[in-house]
Design a protein around this ligand. Structure first.
Ligand SMILES: CC(C)(COP(=O)(O)OP(=O)(O)OC[C@H]1O[C@@H](n2cnc3c(N)ncnc32)[C@H](O)[C@@H]1OP(=O)(O)O)[C@@H](O)C(=O)NCCC(=O)NCCS
Length: 229
């Protein structure tokens, strides 16, 4: 999907970006930012030391991930955005993340990419209601990016992680569905997707249980939630 970034203060216009799934052939692009200590300074992942490590990360972490997208400028990956939906009672939440190659910092690519990712995640996962980003409180650039993308800071988790030799205080920045442009279209697709899920689920139910299920079915109990969309 394509998303035009807003006009940049630093140049005539921010470049147009597209999001797409990663491919194994993206390994060298990936290494350009995941092999850079300045990019990984505030991230949960460690700097990758070699092309082999980058290939391993692509195969074992990125490709099996439900929603991990390359952010491309002119067709070339310059960073990533991802949203991982949670499960069970937390399935209304997704955890977001992003990083970009250093040579592309300061070009206002990040807020456009984060917004596009949130919109795509809400379309892709019908039960998603909020996308959360945990950001190190010292990571001023990432905070500003989240703010520009429409995320709202809900609070700070103090002493939340121990990694890379220090304790990390993490703020939780959140994006709630409905803030994304084109919400009506998204809400329509959510309603449809929810109905399809219910139909699929009912088809798996034994015929003698269907009547009982239809009286107490999941969609019936969740009607107010669906109507909200
Ligand atoms: C954080 C990151 C995504 C920011 O990307 P970027 O390309 O610098 O972002 P932009 O150019 O779109 O800048 C967005 C805003 O942040 C501000 N900003 C960027 N870096 C900043 C910094 N270090 N301190 C304060 N503000 C900063 C910019 O000035 C701009 O605000 P403005 O439009 O009001 O001037 C990028 O630096 C990155 O990939 N960092 C490494 C990975 C990372 O930290 N990911 C986040 C983990 S949650």
């Amino acid at each position: 999907m394509a998303a035009a970034a807003p006009p940049s203060k630093k140049g005539p216009a921010a470049p147009e970006i597209t999001l797409r799934p990663f491919q194994l052939s993206d390994v060298d692009y990936l290494l350009a930012w995941m092999g850079d200590d300045r990019v990984s300074h505030y991230t949960a992942w460690d700097t990758l030391a070699s092309r082999e490590e980058a290939l391993d990360y692509l195969k074992n972490t990125i490709l099996p991930h439900p929603c991990f997208r390359a952010v491309c400028v002119g067709g070339r990956p310059v960073g990533y955005v991802s949203v991982r939906p949670r499960t069970g009672t937390k399935r209304c939440r997704g955890r977001g993340s992003c990083s970009f190659a250093r040579e592309y910092w300061g070009r206002e690519i990040a807020p456009a990419a984060v917004r596009a990712m949130a919109a795509e995640a809400f379309r892709e996962f019908p039960e998603l209601e909020r996308v959360e980003a945990l950001v190190d409180v010292e990571n001023a650039g990432a905070h500003r990016v989240m703010e520009k993308a429409g995320f709202v800071r809900e609070g700070v988790h103090r002493r939340f992680y121990v990694r890379k030799g220090r304790l990390w205080d993490m703020s939780k920045d959140t994006y709630i569905e409905g803030q994304v442009e084109g919400t009506r279209a998204i809400a329509g697709s959510k309603k449809l997707a929810t109905k399809n899920l219910e139909e699929q689920s009912m088809a798996k139910t034994k015929p003698w249980n269907r009547d009982r299920r239809s009286k107490h079915n999941w969609q019936h109990r969740r009607d107010p939630w669906i109507e909200k969309a």
